[in-house]
Write a protein that binds this ligand. Structure first.
Ligand SMILES: [Zn+2]
Length: 301
């Protein structure tokens, strides 16, 4: 079953906020985000009235959630995977070098294969798929050889599997290189990087760009706040089972490039992960709580 979840960004004084939280206790997350599921329209109307009466500025956005139960109704979903909790990224070369306090991954290039540490290996054995915390571009998913076999037999489109290196093993300089293909490594590897090759043909719209942190050098955006959540036209996505998005369109600031990469998967791919009870899949968001996020395609019928 899929449903809309509306959530609000509110600005108000502390005492009013306190009474809002008390009044709408079950609809405010621990992080202070008021949210209302589609079936809670009455509570939401009450919330809107409360905001009007108390002069609270409240901005509404909507996400589409698959609850994990019943039929999958959307064509595409966001891929959300447990992270490895480590930030090593010696397998890429950064190209921009901008971005004040953080760093900029725009144009970063993978030059070496990923090395799976013992800690990552333990995580992978339990979860089948994980994502490295860094880099945010290119997003680096790692999977077990078991999962690769099953995915290959289903001929998912848009991905390739590159064998990972294992900590403590010896490799030649060629073998370490990302582009170097080696039958020996492919046969021996217990873990593979799942590379999403397909780039989505279009860009979702976020309405007006209201706020963002941008790299001071190349201008690519990191944290983005639009007047709406991502809205796709059906032509923005290809029929691949895995694809990535790193561009958005905005009404007030034209097209914008994102520093990170968003992975979108087909309904068939999500079904595969769910039916296989793949533990590496994780809840998309906690505030508001969204189990699996569906891509909102505004011209779909
Ligand atoms: Zn940059």
């Amino acid at each position: 079953m899929e449903r809309q979840v509306a959530y609000y960004m509110v600005e108000c004084e502390r005492p009013v906020w306190k009474s809002l939280c008390e009044k709408f206790k079950s609809n405010v997350t621990g992080l202070g985000v008021p949210f209302f599921r589609q079936c809670e329209a009455v509570a939401e109307q009450e919330f809107v009235r409360f905001c009007e009466t108390n002069n609270i500025a409240a901005r509404r956005k909507v996400l589409l959630e698959y609850t994990g139960r019943g039929t999958l109704e959307s064509a595409y979903y966001y891929l959300s995977v447990r992270d490895t909790g480590e930030y090593a990224q010696d397998f890429i070369e950064l190209r921009c070098g901008g971005a004040g306090p953080g760093m900029c991954w725009n144009g970063a290039k993978q030059v070496r294969k990923v090395t799976v540490t013992d800690g990552m290996a333990r995580m992978l054995d339990a979860n089948e798929i994980v994502v490295k915390n860094y880099p945010i571009f290119p997003r680096t998913y790692v999977v077990t050889s078991r999962l690769v076999e099953r995915m290959l037999s289903l001929h998912f489109r848009g991905i390739a599997f590159i064998p990972c290196l294992q900590q403590g093993s010896d490799y030649s300089e060629d073998e370490r290189s990302f582009d170097f293909e080696s039958d020996r490594l492919s046969a021996a590897a217990k873990y593979f990087q799942m590379v999403i090759r397909e780039r989505a043909p279009g860009k979702p719209s976020i309405g007006n760009l209201l706020d963002a942190s941008a790299c001071p050098r190349c201008g690519s955006l990191n944290v983005v706040d639009g007047s709406t959540e991502d809205e796709f036209q059906s032509s923005d996505l290809s029929d691949a089972d895995f694809q990535w998005v790193a561009d958005i369109s905005t009404t007030n600031k034209g097209p914008q490039h994102l520093m990170g990469q968003i992975a979108i998967i087909s309904q068939r791919a999500l079904r595969f992960f769910l039916d296989g009870r793949i533990r590496g899949l994780k809840q998309y968001l906690t505030a508001p709580p969204i189990k699996y996020r569906a891509a909102q395609i505004v011209d779909a019928h």
